[in-house]
Design a protein around this ligand. Structure first.
Ligand SMILES: [Ca+2]
Ligand SMILES: [Ca+2]
Length: 321
């Protein structure tokens, strides 16, 4: 028994029709198939005999539906007898068309398919036999996209550049905004593990623009696919990796950042306390040395690094820190 859908993808409101085709039925007189489906996603509209089956004078197809015992899943059992067995061979024979509407306007799932259960037929001599089943999948065109991410501020990671489970990333002061192509701006909270998420994003052919700011770090700019209507909603995840040392937020790490750290020495200014240790000290200045003259790779702006400001160099600042 092969179930083939008339479409590879469908979304809420669409009607999908599967054709169930039997193979290798021998001298049969009655037929019974169970269809399994999630009633949250699928509303059965009809189970009809095909023209090929109708030529054999079947009884009306009876459909009974019951709970499948897990959540919103259901079984629909379709059965019928054939009145005219003359000419029935073991060759393939389309038997039934099953139509359903795709439901759940805002919900998320990978598929909205019919799922196989058990199918059997009874021969004219009364023997019952099971049929194997193969049903094709119908990918779901989700009506909304989702974006999730985890902000990785360089100075607040472990030495191995992993997230530090002992660190409270709400102290990073991260701000995360997402701008839709129509200009709508959304903001997300960042939790203690540095994670954020945007759900329920309308589909768009153009990209959303993600912007992540952490004081003392390069701002992260990223274009995120919005999920075109023809593809359905996407689940996108990202890990914005923000290099540190940019105290004055001009997209370059240079001597002016080192001077800003020196001027904030002993304070708790977050843009200069790069590692959020609670004080501005030599460990923060060491990050400027690590990333010296780096440009923000995600920014369109090019700022020429300055290595001597009013006669002061990075080495001078390190001596005075
Ligand atoms: Ca800078
Ligand atoms: Ca510090």
């Amino acid at each position: 028994m092969v179930g083939a859908a008339d479409t590879a993808k469908a979304g809420p409101g669409d009607v999908v029709t599967y054709t169930l085709t039997a193979h290798d039925l021998k001298a049969w007189g009655s037929f019974n198939t169970q269809l399994r489906f999630d009633s949250k996603l699928i509303k059965l509209l009809s189970v009809e005999p095909t023209d090929e089956l109708a030529a054999h004078d079947p009884t009306p197809v009876e459909v009974t539906t019951k709970d499948a015992g897990s959540g919103t899943w259901k079984f629909a059992t379709a059965s019928f007898d054939v009145g005219d067995t003359a000419g029935l061979t073991a060759d393939e024979l389309p038997l039934l068309t099953v139509s359903y509407e795709v439901l759940d306007a805002d919900g998320w799932s990978l598929e909205n398919s019919l799922v196989t259960s058990s199918t059997s037929y009874t021969s004219t001599d009364g023997t019952k036999a099971q049929l194997q089943q193969f049903y094709g999948a119908v990918e779901r065109l989700n009506p909304l996209s989702h974006l999730s991410g985890r902000v990785a501020p360089e100075a607040m990671l472990t030495d191995a550049y992993a997230f530090d489970p002992a660190f409270d990333y709400t102290t990073a002061g991260s701000t995360v905004t997402l701008t839709a192509p129509d200009g709508t701006v959304r903001t997300a909270e960042v939790d203690a593990t540095s994670r954020f998420g945007f759900g329920g994003l309308p589909l768009t052919d153009e990209a959303y623009r993600l912007e992540v700011r952490v004081p003392g770090h390069f701002t992260w700019y990223e274009d995120v696919a919005g999920g075109a209507a023809s593809e359905g909603g996407q689940v996108v995840s990202t890990v914005p990796a923000l290099s540190t040392g940019d105290v004055n937020a001009d997209d370059v790490v240079d001597v002016r950042d080192a001077i800003a750290i020196l001027e904030a020495k002993g304070t708790t200014a977050p843009a200069a306390d790069l590692d959020r240790s609670g004080s501005v000290d030599r460990a923060d200045l060491a990050w400027v040395r690590t990333n010296y003259r780096a440009q923000n790779p995600t920014s369109d702006r090019i700022t020429t690094p300055v290595t001597s400001y009013r006669g002061t160099t990075l080495e001078d600042v390190e001596d005075r820190m």
